[in-house]
Design a protein. Structure first.
Length: 484
């Protein structure tokens, strides 16, 4: 334990590509720990077994490491309060659930998914927010025992006060009051024995001695459930700080449909981590114009959690570009720059895999930039006319591009085989030859109709870059359709 005793954490769920929003929250926690001489730890919250994958976990760790946010304890390095992956802690939660049952703070619920759906349906029809109606709250102990003995499926839910409100002070939002009757009787332990996020999160924060919980504002409404659990267990609650979400320039929630949101997209395009951290860190400090270029050290000195705004952090890519350029020009020595470029080109085996694919396709080395340069480019500069050469009419191209985009999101593990299988399935479903489906993709992904094999190229580029290129391609083709 450090002198200050401050312990903060980032607790990502490995259910998708690491998001810049995760880096933003992680950076806040990291700077908070640095400022207070405390500790910053990493915990993997993978209680949602249907959506969490080891591949995404590796990616989260890699992405946060790339950001330069070093953690003191975590699933990769261990620590005194491990394990740091919730699925590895599964058995630790049961006794706490039992304690809540014994103390009468929780109850077993036997309601089937069908009944719950019916109940919600009725609530929706009556214009009420969906909430458990408490049917199992009054079951007699003997009935619970006998239904369990019969092997009926059961979950454990927490009891919620029926009157008054939960009042607390949030580090960003100030005094908050949420009426108890708007709080659901949250499931704590699911039918498969796994805890829910709320249960595991509170127990782990307590056992891991977390003093300050800084996370996205989407969790603010969950605080009453968490505070109640701390009370039920008789534990001190941490200080809560809910940070406003990052937003697009039009103030909408940052989403990958509008802006690239994956950390891997920014690293693939050659943003340097210091610049990205500098950009995100500016949301947490007050500075005058001209003082923007800051190292992590300088950010932590200026860091001021008291000064956070609720307005939302605007993800202004032009500002990021400007800062990235300044970092490259003003902060990197010649050697450092050279090393960064080489490392960047080698990232994800991009250069090596590109060369392997190119060798059989060139007669002079000088043809390489034209053939494989798209693997490194940040912008292909696609024009509507690039698609005019494809045999299919623009309407068909647009249909293909718009069908492929959401379907590629469904691929769990992004590799040559899964990409090929998905594109074949799409072609089948659309009743088109594979050749017809891949032709516009070639142009969208590589900028040319003659280049390296498509599936390999997509695998090398990574999902986040492919997503963005397909989006830009759709826009270009839409212009073609519109101009007809
Ligand atoms: N696993 C949650 C998330 O990914 C963590 C929220 C929290 O920090 O409590 O958003």
């Amino acid at each position: 334990m450090t002198a200050s005793g401050v312990r903060v954490r980032i607790a990502p769920s490995p259910t998708g590509e690491p998001h810049v929003g995760t880096a933003y929250i992680a950076l806040f926690n990291y700077l908070f720990a640095k400022k207070h001489g405390g500790e910053f730890i990493l915990r993997i919250e993978d209680t949602d077994a249907t959506r969490s994958t080891p591949e995404f976990e590796t990616k989260v760790l890699d992405a946060l490491r790339w950001c330069g946010l070093e953690w003191k304890e975590g699933p990769d390095i261990g620590g005194p309060y491990g394990p740091y992956r919730q699925s590895d802690r599964k058995d630790m939660y049961q006794p706490y659930a039992q304690e809540l049952l014994d103390k009468g703070h929780a109850f077993r619920c036997f309601c089937t998914p069908e009944r719950l759906e019916q109940m919600r349906e009725g609530q929706r029809a009556a214009g009420k927010p969906p909430k458990y109606d408490g049917l199992c709250l009054t079951l007699k102990a003997e009935e619970v025992t006998s239904r369990m003995a019969d092997g009926e499926t059961t979950v454990i839910r927490m009891k919620i006060p029926t009157e008054g409100s939960c009042d607390f002070t949030d580090g960003v939002y100030g005094d908050v009051s949420i009426p108890w009757d708007s709080v659901d009787m949250q499931v704590l332990i699911k039918a498969d024995g796994m805890p829910t996020y709320h249960m595991a999160n509170v127990i782990d924060d307590h056992l891991m001695k977390i003093t300050h919980v800084a996370r996205g504002e989407e969790w603010l409404a969950s605080v009453p459930k968490h505070i109640l659990l701390y009370r039920y267990f008789g534990w001190d609650q941490p200080v809560f700080m809910h940070l406003s979400l990052m937003r697009n320039a039009d103030k909408s929630k940052l989403s990958k449909r509008k802006n690239p949101t994956s950390i891997s997209y920014y690293s693939a395009l050659g943003y340097i981590p210091e610049a990205l951290m500098n950009f995100l860190g500016l949301f947490f400090i007050q500075i005058s114009e001209g003082e923007e270029l800051l190292t992590m050290e300088e950010l932590s000195e200026k860091f001021d959690p008291e000064n956070l705004s609720k307005a939302g952090a605007i993800f202004d890519i032009q500002k990021l570009d400007w800062l990235n350029g300044r970092w490259i020009r003003e902060k990197l020595s010649e050697e450092d720059f050279r090393d960064r470029v080489l490392n960047w080109a080698m990232e994800n085996d991009r250069l090596m895999a590109g060369l392997r694919l190119s060798q059989t396709r060139i007669s002079k080395l000088g043809e390489l930039p034209d053939l494989a340069g798209f693997l490194l480019k940040s912008d292909l500069g696609l024009q509507p006319s690039d698609f005019a050469k494809i045999k299919s009419p623009p309407e068909e191209i647009l249909e293909i591009l718009n069908t492929v985009q959401p379907d590629l999101e469904k691929i769990l593990e992004w590799n040559v085989e899964t990409i090929e299988a998905e594109l074949r399935a799409i072609a089948d479903r659309m009743g088109k030859k594979l050749k017809v489906v891949v032709a516009p993709l070639f142009v969208a992904v590589s900028g040319s109709s003659r280049s390296l094999p498509l599936f390999d190229s997509m695998a090398i580029l990574g999902r986040s870059v492919v997503r963005q290129r397909l989006k830009l391609a759709s826009q270009a083709v839409a212009a073609l359709v519109g101009s007809k």
